[in-house]
Design a protein around this ligand. Sequence first.
Ligand code: MRU
Length: 374
Amino acid sequence: MFKTIEWTDEGVRMIDQTRLPAEEVYLTCRDYQEVAEAIRSMVIRGAPAIGVAAAMGIALGVKKSAAKSLKDLRAEFETMCDTISKTRPTAVNLFWAVKRMRGAFEDFLTSGGYLGKVPEDASDLDRVALMIPRDGSEADMIVALKSRMVVEAQRILAEDIAINEAMGRHGAALLPEAGTILTHCNAGALATGGYGTALGVIRAAVSQGKAIQVFADETRPFLQGARLTAWELAKDGIPVTLITDNMAGHFMKQGQIQAVIVGADRIAANGDTANKIGTYTVAVLAHENRIPFYVAAPLSTIDLSLSCGDQIPIEERSQREVTHLKGVAIAPQDVPARHPAFDVTPHRYLTAIITERGIAREPYTESLKALFTA
Ligand code: MRU
């Protein structure tokens, strides 16, 4: 199985998703600016994967820093966080990850680098993070802080995979014993640290013995469904059929789709969900055809600071991604095009939101908030 993203001694290694499915090639980013560019250019994409990349980018920046004082390192750290935060605006996981790295950085400094006794059940990673001398020199502190940042980023990756598996366990029960599930975009192993959110639920259902096949929307204009979802499901031996985005209604009306499951980039407190452009259309069609429509997303995708979906910033990407396919014009030269990369599905179209802590249903304002305290 491929690794979407991993930490290596050379840098942050990721599968280049712009080159799939034609080529399975890996790119190693050697500084945080390269990680930022990989996020911006969608070498790595998908909300949770963007979060992991953001954390690893910051860890790489800190590790590579030549700062001689903690004051200088903190100033550089702020620039790193700022650069990473400006790559893509919609997936809140990116800002969540930056906040978490900032928290680890500040905790380290306020605790003087000594984070307490090593608990019995600490993992190897935890041990590295915890075994830091109390009275080190500033140079020692910088060395220790660097490893603390790397450990935090690696933890975020490991946690993400475990979260997806938990989401799979909760969500699989919602899928039928047999049937066809429609998905939009790619919310799989490629979009996360591994396993996937929406595709993780499908993977869990299949591993429980359910006879599930997947219809994958191609997902114009970036073709995440055709290029990525079809690729990773086929690699996993899960039956997948590719359809163009405008076919979903037809198959629903014919009774050929039993449920829809998608991921999310940001979920507001009332359940309104930003996901890949076209998701709203699919949700309305599912509602019209009385087909359950599920969103699978970790708590790090839920933004309780926004009361509703109108407040979610929607990334507008290059027109060229609409007018050209692999550099070839598919529209008249100079015709204006629009490219909002995401849309917002109002919560009334959602049957349920699947998270690692369980299933949320209407009223989402209460059920989502409750998950954070569960
Ligand atoms: O523009 P992308 O490819 O980053 O958009 C990805 C999506 O919209 C996914 O559905 C979403 O991030 C969920 S990924 C588990």
